[in-house]
Design a protein around this ligand. Structure first.
Ligand SMILES: Cc1ncc(COP(=O)(O)O)c(C=O)c1O
Length: 413
């Protein structure tokens, strides 16, 4: 693909240079239509049985995006009281929030219980804590199915090497704790990891969780987790996650379970990235181009504080170069390393990347930044967090989060 922002008409006719000048850089720019399209897709992963998609809001908690989920009929997963509060502020009723925390204090768990929010317990001790706080109550347990999947060790969230979930061999102890505190297990959930393009490991994990589910009587729901990938190498024509094929292959697995179990509980999934990643780019200004020991560097204002994924997970984000609002052609490429403005040698956005010639004053447009982008921003180096702008479906622009200021940073002291 020559240009994603052109082929998706990402800015809906707005001039990205004007957007950058109006709102400043670095800037997260979202496209409402693309986000809604993805939310609609996850809402239809299962149609034969009762099902809800739970958008995993850790990917992006901007309240305007949460409202899109609300409107598209997508429920949500929260990992903290902060995320629960964001969801409540967006208008989500308690029934549409599932709390999937790990290692939380009694106070935090109590707050979720007081708010009437279904909570998943991530360990035997957390289940006991739940029992002490809410004797006679109803909760879920997160199962560690023993196998994980993902694009990086740091995002594999099941299997022998992770902190998450309760192992299958501890299921009898789950029932002991439930008996002790008169608890009902309403649901079981898992999340094997993040960003896979091949549905096979997820399908196996679904079948495996359903095998485990047979040990739990009268489940109200079974939650298979998230992790569906998006093509981060789209400029090199990487294919999309094969959603239709995945959906078709899921049905017989569910059929077999429902026939055995005698009824269909509510099935759930927990996609985060798939909902929002492709619906955002970051616009950043190139402030300096230089040679160091024969290597070319383009220095931008998109530091690791603005987008941490490349530094944290060695993640790839395609970059398009814009000059005077136009995409610079990729016909002639040269090797260059694109960096941010943070005082860290690991502050690299793209290492030894083949890109068109970059000049001072150009805009770097980093693709697929809607998931784990702003939500992982930090004010490191005392650089305020960027602003977020939405390109609405009608093409108008809306500031959906103002830029943080240095005064904001000082306000806590
Ligand atoms: C428990 C849980 N559910 C869902 C998700 C969403 O994953 P993804 O954004 O890959 O779909 C995550 C992310 O790591 C998670 O930890």
């Amino acid at each position: 693909m020559e240009s994603y922002i052109k082929s998706a008409d990402f800015f809906r006719g707005n001039d990205p240079e004007e957007i950058a000048k109006t709102y400043g850089t670095p800037l997260y720019v979202y496209n409402e239509s693309i986000i809604r399209k993805h939310m609609k897709a996850v809402a239809e992963v299962i149609t034969k049985y009762p099902y809800t998609a739970n958008y995993s809001v850790k990917a992006n908690t901007n309240i305007h995006i949460l409202k899109m989920a609300l409107e598209e009929g997508v429920n949500c997963d929260a990992m903290s009281i902060g995320e629960i509060r964001m969801l409540e502020a967006a208008g989500f009723p308690k029934e549409r929030i599932f709390y999937v925390p790990n290692n939380v204090s009694e106070e935090e768990m109590q707050e979720a219980i007081d708010r009437g929010i279904m909570t998943s317990c991530d360990s035997l001790e957390q289940l006991e804590q739940y029992g002490r706080l809410n004797r006679g109550g109803k909760c879920a347990v997160r199962i560690n199915p023993g196998v994980g999947a993902g694009h990086h060790e740091k995002v594999i969230t099941a299997g022998k090497k992770t902190k998450f979930g309760i192992a299958e061999e501890d299921i009898d102890t789950i029932f002991d704790i439930c008996a002790q505190y008169d608890l009902t297990i309403a649901g079981i959930n898992q999340h094997i990891g993040s960003l896979f393009m091949d549905p096979e490991p997820y399908l196996k994990a679904v079948a495996n969780l359903l095998r485990i589910a047979r040990r739990f009587p009268n489940l109200e729901f079974v939650d298979f987790g998230g992790g569906y990938g998006i093509p981060y190498h789209k400029l090199n024509d990487e294919a999309e996650y094969p959603m239709e094929d995945f959906k078709a292959r899921l049905v017989p697995i569910l059929d077999e379970f429902v026939a055995d179990y005698g009824s269909a509980p509510l099935f759930k999934s927990e996609p985060g990235r798939y909902c929002v990643a492709e619906g955002s780019v970051i616009l950043g200004r190139v402030h300096a181009v230089k040679q160091n020991a024969g290597k070319k560097y383009a220095g931008t204002d998109i530091g690791m504080n603005v987008l941490v994924r490349p530094s944290m997970y060695d993640s790839w984000h395609d970059i398009e170069i814009l000059r005077d609002g136009e995409v610079v052609s990729r016909d002639e490429l040269q090797e260059i390393t694109v960096t941010g403005n943070i005082c860290e040698s690991g502050d690299l956005l793209a290492k030894d990347r083949m890109l068109p010639e970059i000049k001072r004053g150009d805009l770097a447009c980093v693709l697929d930044t809607g998931a784990y982008g702003y939500s992982m921003c930090s004010p490191y180096n005392s650089r305020p967090r960027p602003a977020e702008v939405l390109v609405c479906e009608d093409g108008s622009l809306k500031l959906i989060r103002r830029r943080e200021t240095i005064e904001d940073l000082m306000a806590y002291m």
